[in-house]
Design a protein around this ligand. Structure first.
Ligand code: COA
Length: 139
């Protein structure tokens, strides 16, 4: 198993599996290193896709693992890899979100993410909880 930035060779997998954003967005994000993949024998079996809130704070938009690899710590390792990369790029804060009826919220809290707000969109759905994590304290 390996965790690395997605490469052009991973595009077929990502385009076939990540239906939440347009294909052009997936391509652009591979180009600018905003997708990280978990691979087995160099074949992707999951990914983390991120962007920037306010164009400033790294925001994890999507985390997904093929079902048979869940619950073994790989999701946590993907997040930790991303956080280390963000520290290396000079960031001190990262963010993500989760619906209040989604199980992943517990994983985020366990990894040190703190609830910092929420929104309902559309209005009559479950609360989307916004999470924030300080990666290091100010100098
Ligand atoms: C969320 C996900 C990436 C976590 O990866 P993972 O390798 O299973 O996570 P880890 O083994 O590191 O940690 C386990 C925790 O992940 C979460 N988790 C485990 N299986 C999950 C599942 N099927 N769906 C959602 N979250 C899950 C739980 O919080 C779990 O802790 P818990 O058992 O104490 O509740 C993975 O389970 C998954 O792809 N789920 C479906 C997609 C999803 O819900 N993505 C998050 C929202 S974008």
């Amino acid at each position: 198993m390996e965790i690395r930035y997605a490469l052009e060779k991973d595009l077929d997998y990502l385009l076939a599996n990540d239906h939440h954003v347009r294909a052009s967005v997936v391509r652009a994000k591979v180009e600018c290193a905003e997708i990280i993949v978990l691979t087995k024998d160099d074949n992707p079996i999951g990914w983390l896709r991120y962007g920037y809130f306010w164009d400033v704070f790294p925001f994890m938009n999507m985390l997904f693992l093929e079902e048979e690899y869940r619950g073994q710590g790989w999701g946590s390792r993907l997040i930790q890899f991303w956080e280390q990369e963000m520290i290396a790029q000079g960031h001190d804060t990262v963010m993500t979100s989760s619906l209040s009826n989604e199980r992943a919220q517990h994983l985020y809290r366990r990894l040190g993410y703190r609830d910092c707000g929420g929104m309902r969109w559309p209005e009559d759905t479950a609360l989307e909880i916004i999470f924030l994590k300080k990666l290091r304290t100010e100098d």
